[in-house]
Design a protein around this ligand. Structure first.
Ligand code: ADP
Ligand code: MG
Length: 302
């Protein structure tokens, strides 16, 4: 049985169609990613899955349970790290966990035990008696993660868990996510860090404008939608761009960069440097970021 099945899933807010007849299936135990520019509909999709936002039409089942009619059962098996931190600033770190246990009807002795275990898991024991205000951004995200795990969820939903964190804090969270995945938790992750998706997700979808554009593993999507080899030239001399085109190598210009997609990257790089004195020329493999930009465009979404 799949962990999640969605067909024709739709969300209409007053005058915004936020999710438009999307379909996807998440397997139990996998880490499944939702990528997409701001406003794509990722958070709305998450909210429908954890029963926070009623679905407008379509079907949505979590562990075979219809979210429309049995939302309490879905919530009992789900842990959520929402996009916006909603910790209680009036409580200490530990109290944020203990109090949250009531929501699941966990008795006080058990609540104390689980809170201690999870403080240990997210390395916040030393901060346990201090105020939430004293935590760094990364610590707050770890506390939200601990809180999401109090009910020992089979499904964990992480909506942009690492946005705004520094690289160290991000690495720590990635390690925790991997550990949970190894233990068999099904994980849904939204992110706009392509590297994060490539590292953590078994499979993912790219959404834009309320629709799913593509789905697959990071490797499949890269193989299918990115060019294998990319040569990037910063501030290319005008003659260089013309020469690349004349030689029939596919290429495109964005701002101060020329992107060329040759069969042999190093050879093109060498020629650009020797013939045109081009200064910054790099050769790299196509990435998930190339796939994302190719499918969703380069214009800003704010
Ligand atoms: N509560 C709401 N009421 C009305 N419109 C909303 C609400 N929440 C989100 N939207 C709109 O729905 C669209 C999708 O938003 P969202 O799901 O938050 O996208 P994402 O998480 O991919 O950035 C956006 O156009 C957004 O403005
Ligand atoms: Mg969002």
């Amino acid at each position: 049985m799949p962990a999640i099945t969605a067909t024709d899933l739709t969300k209409q807010y007053k005058d915004t169609l936020a999710v438009d007849r999307i379909a996807f299936e998440v397997r139990e135990g996998e880490c499944f990613g939702f990528l997409g520019p701001n406003g794509a509909g990722k958070t709305t999709t998450m909210k429908m899955i954890y029963g926070h936002s009623p679905i407008t039409s379509g079907r949505l089942e979590v562990f075979g349970i219809d979210v429309r009619t049995r939302v309490r059962e879905v919530k009992a098996q789900t842990g959520v790290c929402p996009q916006e931190d909603n910790l209680d600033p009036d409580f200490t770190v530990r109290r944020n966990l203990v109090v949250y246990c009531r929501y699941f009807g966990i008795d006080p002795a058990e609540a104390a035990k689980r809170s201690e275990e999870l403080l240990e898991f997210v390395a916040l024991r030393e901060k346990a008696d201090g105020p939430v205000m004293a935590l760094s951004g990364g610590m707050k995200r770890r506390l939200v993660l601990a809180r999401a795990l109090l009910n020992r969820p089979r499904l964990l939903i992480l909506d942009e868990p690492t946005t705004g964190l520094d690289p160290q804090a991000r690495q720590v969270l990635w390690e925790k996510i991997r550990e949970l995945r190894r233990k068999g938790t099904t994980i849904l992750l939204t992110t706009h860090y392509m590297e994060e998706a490539a590292q953590l997700c078994d499979r993912l979808v790219i959404m834009d404008k309320a629709k799913i554009l593509v789905k697959g593993s990071p490797a499949e999507l890269t193989a299918k939608h990115a060019r294998p080899t990319v040569v990037e030239v910063w501030n290319p001399p005008a003659a260089a761009e013309a020469w690349v085109k004349a030689r029939g190598t596919p290429c495109e210009r964005h701002g101060d960069r020329l992107y060329a997609y040759p069969d042999a990257g190093e050879a093109l790089q060498r020629e650009l440097v020797t013939r045109f004195n081009a200064e910054q020329v790099i050769v790299r493999r196509g990435t998930l970021e190339d796939v994302f930009l190719r499918l969703t465009g380069r214009d800003l979404r704010e």
